[in-house]
Design a protein around this ligand. Structure first.
Ligand code: HEM
Length: 388
């Protein structure tokens, strides 16, 4: 719990304000260079992008640039990116049950973990030598400045490096799959893409000199109601973590039954179940971001969140209970620390897509539940056209 608190400065409003322009810069650069988009060809006006790979790349580029700083981001254009891929491949459901099997993917994962953590340690030690310790600069700065436990013990650089990897991995697939699903659903709803474009104009205004929409800022993002509701609705339909696990610490009776779950067993909870239930959401299987502005469409969800008391487990106040039917970021002690960052990252990514492109999707992909994350099954393609 204390480690979650150490990350707080990098996940604060002040930090987010500096992240937004960096995220925009990364996306524009990606459009200009990636073969999924313009790929260095100014005259390329349309194309097809596979969102599984492209959104995953965009997520790692934007998260690294903001949370880990320019030093780490610059390395992602080199072989370093392949270490992240190796790390990823070792993150499978079987890993949860058997973390130490003699599998080649695990050996590669562990080698990648070593190389990445050594790089982070070098950056930490360089910054320390230069006296460059700024808690709000990024996550490395936040951990370097804050990582002292209540008993006075300071986290070692090795532990900071390991924690950096853990936090980054916590946000990678969850955010990448959310932006993929959002693009896929929007591609089937051209009128929503246009409403979101209009929202960009209404909230940010047009610069009279350039005739372009003014830049996205953290403050403006908060006023983009339809955009934020699009993210919220995507998370309802495609909760990225379909299951969360808890170890039973004391014998636990299943409510209203005689069943006792013994100590030491694991229980698995599917938070996506209630989010997809007609009991709480009218036309639950329908993608409708505007439902969040219509209390009659979400009665139980809106009521229960109002009743929740909050509690601070040491990393900021979160709602105490888990009775809300809408829990994409989990609940209780292990609740996500990245929710606000995810909204900033996803909001900026989607707003930039809306400003630069229009797109369509021929067929919504099926859902792949086989990994730890609810991914769209391949092919997951958008047919994009550059605006103007
Ligand atoms: C759409 C994006 C995201 C979703 C849906 C999501 C969802 C979740 C959920 C459901 C949990 C709880 C897991 C459990 O109870 O076992 C969790 C935990 C966590 N998340 Fe996120 N997350 C997202 C983005 C992020 C980002 C961007 C970061 C980092 C910047 C992050 C960092 C973490 C960490 C460190 C934990 C572990 C907390 C703990 O074990 O105490 N997440 N997330």
């Amino acid at each position: 719990m204390e480690q979650k608190k150490f990350a707080k400065s990098a996940l604060s409003k002040d930090a987010f304000k500096s992240y937004v322009p960096k995220i925009v810069e990364e996306i524009v650069e990606y459009f200009n260079t990636s073969s999924f988009y313009y790929g260095g060809k100014d005259d390329k006006k349309s194309g097809v992008a596979g969102v599984l790979l492209s959104q995953s790349q965009l997520t790692i580029f934007t998260a690294s640039r903001t949370l880990l700083g320019d030093e780490v981001r610059s390395k992602l254009d080199t072989n370093f990116a392949s270490y992240y891929a190796d790390l990823d491949k070792g993150f499978t459901p079987i890993n949860f049950v058997f973390p130490h099997l003699p599998l080649p993917v695990y050996w590669k994962r562990d080698a990648a973990q070593q190389k990445i953590s050594n790089t982070y340690k070098e950056i930490i030690s360089k910054r320390r030598k230069e006296g460059n310790i700024d808690a709000t600069q990024d996550l490395i700065g936040s951990l370097m400045a804050n990582a002292v436990y209540k008993d006075g013990e300071r986290m070692t650089d090795q532990h900071i490096a390991n924690l950096l990897i853990g936090i980054l991995m916590g946000g990678q697939h969850t955010s990448a799959t959310t932006s993929s699903w959002a693009l896929l659903h929007l591609g089937q709803r051209p009128e929503l893409i246009e409403a979101l474009y209009q929202e960009q104009i209404d909230v940010c205004g047009i610069d009279s000199d350039t005739n372009k929409i003014n830049s996205i800022t953290y403050e403006k993002l908060q006023d983009m109601t339809l955009l934020n509701d699009t993210i919220k609705e995507t998370l309802r339909l495609h909760s990225p973590l379909h299951s969360v696990f808890r170890k039973v610490m004391n014998p636990l009776q299943v409510p209203n039954t005689n069943y006792i779950i013994p100590k030491g067993h694991y229980i698995m909870v599917s938070t996506g179940f209630t989010m997809m239930s007609e009991e709480y959401f009218k036309n639950a299987s329908h993608f409708e971001p505007r439902r969040w502005q219509d209390p009659s469409s979400i009665p139980a969800a809106s009521n229960s969140s109002k009743k929740e008391e909050s509690i601070d487990y040491g990393f900021g106040a979160v709602s105490k209970g888990v009775s809300s039917p809408y829990l994409p970021f989990g609940g209780g002690r292990h609740r996500c620390i990245g929710e606000q960052f995810a909204y900033v990252q996803l909001g900026t990514i989607l707003a930039t897509f809306i400003r630069e492109l229009t797109w369509t999707v021929d067929k919504l992909p099926e859902i792949d539940f086989e990994s730890m994350i609810t991914l769209p099954k391949e092919p997951a393609l958008i047919n994009w056209t550059k605006r103007n």
